[in-house]
Design a protein around this ligand. Structure first.
Ligand code: FAD
Length: 127
C-alpha cells in the first residue's frame, strides 16, 4: 500500500497497459464500428490498482471471491465477535452494489430481532 508505486512502475509497465487498452478498443470497435473515434481518454486499471486503492487482497476486483463457499464462512456475518458491533456491506453477504444493499438489509434484519430479515423483506414487498 501507500503511494510510492503510483504511476511509477516504469515505462515497460505503462507500455503494456497501453497495448492492452489499444487491443480492447480494437475489439469493441469491431463489434461497434465508430466506437474508437468516441474515446477521448483511457486509463487502465489492473489488479495492482485494486490492491492499491481499494485494499483488496491480491487485487481481486470484487474482494472476497464470489463462490458458493463464501456463503458458508463463519465471518460472512453481520454479527462481529465484539459485543454490539455489527458489520454490513457486501462482505456480510455477496459481491457488488446489490450485494452491499442486501448486506445492509441483512444487518438491519439482525438488529430487528428474530426473523428480522424475513419481516423486513415482507415489508418491502419482496416476499
Ligand atoms: C472500479 C470498480 C467498479 C465496480 N463496478 C461495479 C458494478 O458495475 N456493479 C456492481 O454491482 N459492483 C461494482 N463494483 C463493486 C462494488 O463497488 C462493491 O462491491 C461495493 O461498493 C461494496 O460496497 P460496500 O459498502 O460493502 O463497501 P465499500 O463501498 O468498499 O465501502 C467500504 C467503506 O469503508 C471504508 N473503510 C474501509 N476500511 C476502513 C477503516 N479501517 N476505517 C474506516 N473506514 C474504512 C472505505 O473507505 C469505504 O468507504 C465495482 C468496484 C470497483 C472497484
Amino acid at each position: 500500500m501507500g503511494g510510492r508505486h503510483l504511476e511509477k512502475r516504469g515505462d515497460d509497465y505503462e507500455a503494456l497497459k497501453q497495448r492492452i487498452a489499444d487491443q480492447l478498443i480494437v475489439q469493441v470497435n469491431q463489434r461497434l464500428p465508430g466506437f474508437a473515434d468516441l474515446v477521448a481518454y483511457v486509463d487502465v486499471s489492473t489488479p495492482l490498482s485494486m490492491q492499491h486503492f481499494v485494499g483488496h487482497r491480491r487485487g481481486a476486483f470484487y474482494g472476497v471471491p464470489a463462490t458458493p463457499r463464501r456463503l458458508f464462512q463463519p465471518w460472512i456475518n453481520a454479527r462481529s465477535p465484539v459485543p454490539n458491533l455489527y458489520l454490513t456491506g457486501c462482505d456480510v453477504l455477496t459481491a457488488g452494489v446489490v450485494g452491499a444493499l442486501i448486506g445492509g438489509v441483512k444487518t438491519a434484519g439482525v438488529l430487528s430481532g428474530p426473523l428480522g430479515f424475513v419481516r423486513l423483506m415482507r415489508k418491502m414487498g419482496a416476499l
